[in-house]
Design a protein around this ligand. Structure first.
Ligand SMILES: Cc1cc2nc3c(=O)[nH]c(=O)nc-3n(C[C@H](O)[C@H](O)[C@H](O)COP(=O)(O)OP(=O)(O)OC[C@H]3O[C@@H](n4cnc5c(N)ncnc54)[C@H](O)[C@@H]3O)c2cc1C
Length: 373
């Protein structure tokens, strides 16, 4: 019998748990630990902020859904991993002390390094938690005139909600509101560096231009005060409404183990095995792959992990490989834009437009909830 411990109840951890439960026999024990028993469907938070759906539409009870798949669920905070002792140390929650494992899947996502941008907590809205999205929604409803500033801080690595927020705000304001308002998207680099593709960048720049949205490139925000954001070299932009994604880093639970890069992202190979460690896999936002960090990547990686771990446990060679594709649907001005790019080659991205993609994204959300809740 093998004891498999999965740390993190987001897209990566949940799909790894479900897929493993299907692959492994009943004699094996699977346990998932996460700090909250609610699963949050992040991609719907822009729509939530704009009042298109409610809190119950974007989350579900993880404990119930795990138990129905014979996965044990523990609500607790993971403090750190002890690789030699093969155990995770839990700081507080339902289980105190430590929990031992034979195999571990690390899926704790990214850490929000808000401390790197002075004033972030005090002044910026964000979309990285349910209450944050609801508060931003209230601010959107109060926004009648002035400057809206939407963007990513350095190292944020999540452009989709920024683009969707700018386009949704422009739609809400309408052509008549444009005389009194201005929407600016701000980024630390260029659109091309955010999207890693010239064609995707051009398509998005055209969508912004059609809606009168300005894009300010090369503006690494380092400080926020009431009414203005600034860079380390003293450039400033004013705002009346501010939504920013903070810098991301990897989880601090493994930062001391020598298995991460400089930003604390876990070093994995394309089998999703942690480099230099036996019996450990990692998936999702916590791993060291280049480019934006997306939920569909976490899901694909989790399926690779489940296949490889099931093989390893039954004494077979783990042969499943992850393919690092970027797929994005940016809900836009009337129609949506679909991007698809292989991030491990120089092949240009595929770009498609149409109302179909927004519908497909919605259907995918419903499908996710129906199959995982
Ligand atoms: C507003 C928004 C819109 C997005 N839109 C899209 C989109 O359109 N398409 C797309 O593909 N992706 C999108 N994403 C990105 C996607 O949500 C993430 O890439 C995805 O959630 C990563 O999954 P994960 O399992 O690696 O991490 P997470 O989903 O972050 O899960 C990590 C889990 O671990 C838990 N955890 C963390 N630390 C600890 C700890 N120390 N102890 C215990 N538990 C802990 C967390 O509570 C969480 O449950 C969006 C994200 C946001 C915020």
């Amino acid at each position: 019998m093998a004891r498999v411990l999965i740390l993190g109840g987001g897209f990566g951890g949940v799909v790894a748990a479900e897929s493993l439960a299907k692959e492994l026999g009943d004699e094996h024990e699977i346990t998932l630990v996460s700090r909250s028993r609610r699963f949050l469907f992040y991609p719907a938070l822009v729509r939530l902020a704009f009042g298109k759906c409610g809190p119950d539409d974007v989350s579900f009870d993880l404990r119930k859904s795990m138990l129905s798949r014979r996965v044990n669920f523990i609500e607790a905070e993971v403090a750190r991993l002890d690789l030699d002792g093969r155990r995770a140390i839990l700081a507080h929650g339902e289980v105190a002390g430590s929990i031992s494992y034979d195999y571990v899947i690390f899926a704790l996502g990214r850490r929000l390094a808000t401390e790197r941008v002075a004033g972030f907590f005090e002044h910026a809205h964000h979309l990285l938690a349910l209450d944050g999205a609801l508060k931003f929604g209230e601010a959107i409803r109060d926004f009648r005139d002035g400057q809206a500033l939407i963007g990513q801080c350095p190292d944020a690595r999540l452009p989709v909600p920024v683009y969707e927020t700018a386009l949704a705000l422009s739609r809400l304001i309408g052509d008549e509101g444009q005389a009194k308002t201005r929407i600016t998207v701000v980024g630390p680099g260029s659109l091309e560096s955010e999207l890693q593709d010239e064609r995707m960048a051009r398509t998005l720049a055209e969508a912004f231009a059609r809606r009168g949205i300005e894009y300010v490139a090369d503006f690494p925000i380092s400080k926020i005060t009431s009414g203005a954001v600034s860079t380390a070299d003293q450039r400033e932009l004013d705002y009346n409404l501010l939504m920013l994604l903070p810098p991301f880093t990897g989880s601090s639970a493994v930062s001391h183990l020598g298995i991460t890069n400089d930003d604390n992202y876990v070093n994995v190979d394309w089998n999703m095995k942690v480099i230099g460690v036996e019996r450990m896999y990692a998936v999702g936002d916590c791993v060291n792959f280049a480019g934006p960090k997306m939920g569909h990547m976490a899901v694909n990686q989790a399926e690779v992990v489940a296949a490889n771990l099931a093989a390893e446990i039954s004494g077979r060679e783990p042969t499943a490989h992850y393919q690092h594709d970027l797929m994005m649907v940016v809900e836009g001005d009337g129609e949506s834009i679909y991007f698809h790019k292989d991030l491990w080659t120089d092949e240009p991205a595929k770009v498609r437009h149409g109302t179909f993609w927004s519908w497909a994204k919605r259907v995918h959300e419903k499908y996710w909830e129906a199959t995982h809740a």
